[in-house]
Design a protein around this ligand. Structure first.
Ligand SMILES: C[S@@+](CC[C@H](N)C(=O)[O-])C[C@H]1O[C@@H](n2cnc3c(N)ncnc32)[C@H](O)[C@@H]1O
Length: 283
């Protein structure tokens, strides 16, 4: 792949992590889809808009953006070959013609200047080694006055799944997992950091609002625990434990998730995000 600067991320998302997300795309969408409408509304996508989806993964939000802009188009940009293959297949199956997908690193990919009216992301903007460079690259691809809107995880303590993983610290080396500001998933968990990065990248009018949604993680606590321990963070922690500790972690997590089982057996966990908007200056 040309123009890749986030090489470790590219390896992860083209390796087990990307394969897990691609294979479990329906499940991930059930986890995260509560943010779709708030995000698309915040981006104010309509009729003929040209939309860029950053870190689009398997492209649910890219396809929804394309449907909101029937005379426009949506482009999904992502590092992950397996997830993009899934995105293309789904767009074709759903007969959405005004959507396309490109493999590349948002921090370095040559995006045409001023080519988009809006840039969006659902959880795809936290992994940049140089976030200012990445958001500046996205910003120059917006037309003057164009809008950026994204959701990223807020405080770990406000995300039930993180609290559930953190509760396994007697068995797994949980360490700093979920600490706001560390590289990775929680790198933009502090609003002042978001404002600092976006301002340095040339955006104005930055707004950061908290948004919460409940997602479905599985059917029955056993299933949800299996899924959660199979995600990147779960796998990483389990790989470092011995068989006894792994079994205990599994049991403890399953017991904890029982508290979140609804009457129909679905396990619903609260996620909390920052819903962020910012504008490329008009003049
Ligand atoms: C947590 S997943 C979210 C995927 C998708 N937006 C969704 O909501 O299902 C993060 C995505 O960001 C992508 N990503 C991470 N760093 C990236 C980068 N530098 N450039 C482009 N995509 C990136 C990953 O490949 C992955 O698909």
């Amino acid at each position: 792949m040309p123009d890749i600067v986030n090489t470790e991320q590219a390896q992860a998302w083209n390796g087990p992590e990307g394969v897990h997300w691609a294979r479990n795309q329906d499940r991930w969408n059930a986890v995260n889809e509560g943010f779709n409408e708030p995000l698309l509304d915040a981006a104010a996508i309509t009729g003929s808009h040209r939309v860029l989806d950053i870190g689009c993964g398997s492209g649910q939000i890219t396809r929804l953006a394309a449907l909101r802009a029937p005379r426009g188009r949506a482009l999904g940009l992502d590092l992950s070959g397996p997830m993009l293959a899934e995105a293309r297949a789904r767009a074709e199956r759903e007969g959405i013609a005004n959507v396309s997908f490109t493999q590349g690193d948002a921090q370095a990919h040559p995006l045409e200047a001023g080519a988009f009216d809006a840039a969006i992301s659902r959880y795809g903007v936290m992994f940049f080694a140089d976030p200012v460079a990445a958001f500046a690259n996205v910003g120059q691809a917006l037309r003057p006055g164009g809008r950026l809107a994204f959701v990223c995880p807020a405080d770990a303590a406000l995300n039930d799944w993180v609290a559930a993983v953190a509760s396994l610290r007697d068995f797994l080396p949980v360490g700093d997992f979920g600490r706001p500001g560390l590289p990775g998933m929680f790198s933009l968990a502090v609003p002042d950091r978001i404002r600092e990065v976006l301002t340095a990248a040339g955006f104005t009018g930055v707004t950061v609002e908290q948004a919460q949604a409940y997602g479905t993680w599985g059917h029955g606590a056993e299933d949800a625990a299996e899924f959660l321990l199979g995600t990147g963070p779960g796998r990483y922690l389990m790989e470092q434990a011995d068989a006894t500790a792994r079994a205990r972690a599994h049991r403890t997590l399953t017991d904890r998730l029982r508290d979140h089982e609804a009457a129909d057996g679905t396990v619903r966990l609260r996620s909390t995000t920052w819903l962020v908007t910012a504008d490329r200056p008009a003049g």
